[in-house]
Design a protein around this ligand. Structure first.
Ligand code: SAM
Ligand code: SF4
Length: 324
């Protein structure tokens, strides 16, 4: 459906849990995390119903995220059910990869179309410092499994945070040696994201050009969303930049988010949207659900203001509660 600014909303990110097996410094505190009680989390049945409603409003792409989506039991079954919803064309997953090698066969069998694997460093000690867990070998096993899966779209997402400057070139080199896209995502000042140092697209690109020579722009394809892709001489794959701050893309934003507790969130930065769980719990019919979703989506904010003054309805959640 079109929002009030004429943007066609086709993409829904669904967070299935706020829990995670890592504690990335820009995302979650080391200790004292207050988990959402299980009773407040949407059941798979409720998620399927809401995705079905979203599909009626024009959503055709779903991404499962978290927290770490693979820590929630039975995720492959959810993939299968969402793939069966009329109108949904692709179901993808964003994961830290630790549990991926084990679960990939079932996910593929259920129809998973793509995996974005978050990886900020290839250095074991730095991985442990950034995520506060020792998980690099498992994440790499997940990446290898994904790359070996025929027909699966695989992307690596890295957030340059000032803590991993030395790893930007080695991470980009994954796209030299393999046919995959490595994307650099600007750190956003949401929750703990404000505590680290953002590196801009320009800064990252300068480092990469120093190592690999001039970047060669790739034609913008509609499937890469806000990612601006380039490649370098001798590369098999691509390098992408998703730069919400230095190159704001709000005017073409086609996404909304569903938190694990059923809040339909219409912009990453604002606590704006509609809480759908009370409607589900009170037995609301499809008409009421659709109407609530339609109202919220239609009022999707025009743009974020990460570089401007704070507003009353700014997001107070950490990224593990939103889903990235
Ligand atoms: N656990 C999964 C993972 O790490 O891929 C999925 C959830 S995680 C919240 C989704 C994405 O959000 C990850 O790629 C992570 O790097 C990114 N992220 C978390 N906090 C961020 C921040 N402050 N700015 C930009 N990206 C962030
Ligand atoms: Fe977990 Fe993903 Fe957040 Fe890291 S970024 S703590 S892996 S939810």
């Amino acid at each position: 459906m079109l929002d009030q600014f004429g943007r066609d909303i086709r993409y829904l990110r669904v967070s299935v849990t706020d829990r995670c097996n890592l504690r990335c410094r820009y995302c979650m505190p080391e200790e004292g995390v207050e988990w959402v009680p299980h009773s407040a989390i949407l059941s798979y049945e409720q998620i399927v119903r809401l995705v079905g409603a979203a599909a009626q409003l024009g959503v055709e792409k779903v991404r499962l995220t978290g927290g770490e989506p693979l820590v929630r039991k039975g995720l492959a079954e959810l993939v299968r059910e969402i793939k069966h919803i009329y109108g949904i064309r692709t179901v993808c997953l964003t994961t830290n990869g630790l549990l991926l090698a084990d679960q990939l066969p079932a996910l593929l069998e259920a129809g998973l179309d793509g995996v974005n694997l978050s990886l900020d460093t290839l250095d074991k000690a730095q991985f442990a410092a950034l995520t506060r867990r020792d998980g690099l070998a498992q994440a790499m096993a997940g990446l290898e499994a994904a790359l070996a899966a025929p027909g699966l779209t695989v992307k690596v997402n890295c957030v340059p945070s000032g803590e991993n400057d030395s790893q930007l070139v080695p991470l980009a080199a994954l796209a030299r040696d393999r046919d995959l896209t490595v994307r650099f995502i600007e750190l956003m000042p949401i929750g703990l994201g404000s505590s680290l140092t953002r590196r801009t697209e320009q800064e990252v690109l300068a480092r990469l050009e120093e190592a690999f020579g001039p970047a060669i722009p790739c034609p913008q394809d509609t499937l890469s969303g806000p990612s601006r892709n380039v490649t370098f001489r001798g590369f098999q794959g691509k390098v992408g930049f998703i730069s919400a701050l230095s190159h704001q893309f709000c005017a073409s934003c086609n996404r909304v988010r569903l938190t694990a507790t059923g809040f339909l969130k219409t912009c990453l930065q604002y606590d704006q949207g509609v809480d759908l769980k009370p409607l589900l719990d009170s037995g609301a019919d499809d008409h009421a659900l659709l109407e609530a979703m339609r109202q919220a989506i239609s009022h999707k904010p025009a743009h974020h203001h990460f570089d401007g003054a704070h507003e009353a309805r700014d997001e107070g959640r950490n990224m593990n509660q939103i889903g990235g």
